[in-house]
Design a binder for this molecule. Structure first.
Ligand code: FE2
Ligand code: FE2
Length: 144
């Protein structure tokens, strides 16, 4: 059963990534104002990273024998550039926290995942590092 729990958590992560990509692409269409062009370009670029994360979660779910989710987590609407950046910054932090919890669950069943552990661990860490980079970039755009 613990492996099923891990697959369920990875699917929650995949659903977060589906929502994150859609949210960034939607927000990129809403941003306006003086520095809009640079911000739009960055949001679209981050959406591309979220799409790569979807693939990584699907790969992890596949190697564990699960079926990747086709659902999407609830998105967070925002208006105005500052609110958009703030909302996504919070989502990046929440994603980092959630993925760290998955890492803990993964470690707890390491012995059971003799030939999958490093693969899943590496992909998860890669995703977490990207989310931290996204958060740092959003902070810079916010002037923090
Ligand atoms: Fe992501
Ligand atoms: Fe992200």
């Amino acid at each position: 059963m613990p492996k099923e729990k891990l697959i369920a958590l990875l699917n929650k992560g995949l659903e977060l990534e589906h929502a994150a990509r859609a949210q960034y692409l939607s927000h990129a269409k809403v941003v306006s104002g003086a520095n809009a062009e640079g911000i739009i370009a960055r949001l679209v670029e981050i959406a591309g990273d979220e799409q790569k994360h979807e693939g990584m979660f699907r790969d992890c779910i596949e190697i564990l024998g699960g079926v990747p989710s086709i659902k999407m987590a609830v998105g967070h609407p925002a208006t105005g550039t500052e609110q958009i950046l703030q909302v996504n910054l919070k989502d990046e932090h929440d994603a980092t926290d959630f993925y760290r919890n998955i890492l803990k669950e993964l470690d707890a069943i390491k012995a059971e995942l003799k030939y999958e552990y490093e693969y899943v661990e590496h992909k998860l860490r890669h995703v977490i590092i990207d989310e931290q980079e996204h958060a740092s970039e959003l902070k810079t755009l916010l002037g923090q």
